[in-house]
Write a protein that binds this ligand. Structure first.
Ligand SMILES: [Cu+2]
Length: 67
């Protein structure tokens, strides 16, 4: 499980856009969004760089955080 903070993730539109971009990068990934804390947890085989790139492609900056 990888954890990321996405400071500008503020509503369901944001999470939907991010999830779509992540699924494009890794169709098998499972993402759990925590909107209140602006974090997400991802079960994926892709590395952190690939995940950050996917999140950025949706228009959001992210940083990997410890669980
Ligand atoms: Cu939003």
């Amino acid at each position: 499980m990888q954890h990321y903070r996405v400071p500008d993730m503020s509503c369901g539109h944001c999470t939907a856009a991010i999830e779509k971009a992540l699924k494009a990068a890794d169709p098998g990934m499972v993402a759990n969004f925590d909107l209140a804390n602006r974090t997400l947890a991802i079960e994926t085989g892709r590395d952190a760089d690939a995940i950050a790139t996917a999140i950025r492609s949706a228009g959001y900056e992210s940083e990997a955080i410890a669980a």
